[in-house]
Design a protein around this ligand. Structure first.
Ligand code: ATR
Length: 277
């Protein structure tokens, strides 16, 4: 019998994860299925109980359960504990172990697209302070960067994230206005808010007038294909990184945990982007 993987979330029906993981299975010449368990909050406990009984090899967790899942786990990876959210669960010897591959998926997509970037000598700015920002911020700290700052509309939320930093990496919570003015000091800028996504697709979170030429500007929004933010970045001479990479590489990292293998995801990323264009 092959692998059984899954996704729990609400809504989850339109997820691209089955498509992605079926490609990985095929690429690895493994048999298996990836099923969606769309589950309302009232049914969460019973669905999870059935999933445990089924001994599913691994599953992903999406909105709104990335934090709720913590109470159902037997073990929690220290990095996921720091992020405070889990998107990947591995079933091992009867136990559920929780991981988070979202932020690390972003870092891997960055390094796959720009292999010569030296993160340890770079300064980063993360825009936004929601769940996605928290994961990316934590993953960037793990890379021993020179500095990682967070800019958010509500500065207190950025402060809460900066307080997670126990690695002695310089880090500040700043306003969006401050970020706009001081952009030239950053080598990597990551936009993690929903601004740029419909119905906010005509908005741009900050102007990129002061961006350094040759900086890398990323947006984790992947619909539309290229946000106004990225179009602006390109115009100002920055390198850009689309949000599709993070989606594909967080999945690749989850698959690698479940199967203890290493996979190539660049070809799949190309296919995925073709579909969206
Ligand atoms: P997620 O978990 O997907 O990251 P979230 O927790 O809802 O989502 O966070 C959304 C982020 O987008 C926040 O940083 C939010 O800013 P606030 O903390 O000030 O709310 C940001 N955001 C959403 N809409 C925005 C807008 N119109 N202008 C500026 N920031 C916005």
């Amino acid at each position: 019998m092959g692998y059984i993987f899954g996704l729990i979330g609400y809504p989850a029906k339109h997820s691209r994860s089955p498509w992605i993981h079926h490609h990985f299975l095929e690429q690895q010449h493994e048999s298996g299925v990836y099923r969606i368990f769309e589950t309302s909050p009232a049914d969460l406990q019973s669905t999870l109980a059935s999933m445990k009984q089924l001994q599913i090899d691994g599953f992903n967790v999406t909105v709104p359960y990335k934090e709720d899942i913590l109470q159902y786990l037997d073990k929690l990876d220290p990095y996921a504990k720091k992020v405070g959210a889990v998107n990947t669960v591995l079933y091992q010897d009867g136990e559920w172990i929780g991981y988070n591959t979202d932020g690390k998926g972003f870092v891997r997509s960055l390094l796959e697209a720009y292999p010569n970037v030296d993160l340890s000598s770079s300064k980063a700015l993360c825009i936004g302070a929601g769940g996605a920002a928290r994961g990316i911020y934590t993953a960037l700290l793990e890379e021993d960067m020179q500095r990682v700052d967070i800019a958010n509309r509500t500065p207190e939320r950025a402060n809460t994230i900066v307080e997670l930093n126990d690695q002695e990496i310089p880090s500040r919570a700043i306003s969006l206005g401050e970020a706009e003015k001081s952009l030239e000091q950053y080598d990597i800028i990551v936009q993690t808010t929903s601004v740029g996504m419909p119905p906010n697709d005509h908005q741009q979170i900050i102007s990129l007038t002061n961006v350094k030429k040759g900086a890398i500007v990323a947006d984790i929004v992947y619909k539309p294909f290229e946000t106004i933010f990225l179009q602006d970045a390109k115009q100002k001479g920055a390198h850009i990184l689309h949000g599709h990479g993070m989606l594909i590489y967080q999945a690749a990292l989850a698959y690698e945990k479940w199967t203890n293998t290493t996979i190539q995801a660049d070809e799949l990323l190309g296919k995925f982007e073709q579909q969206l264009k």
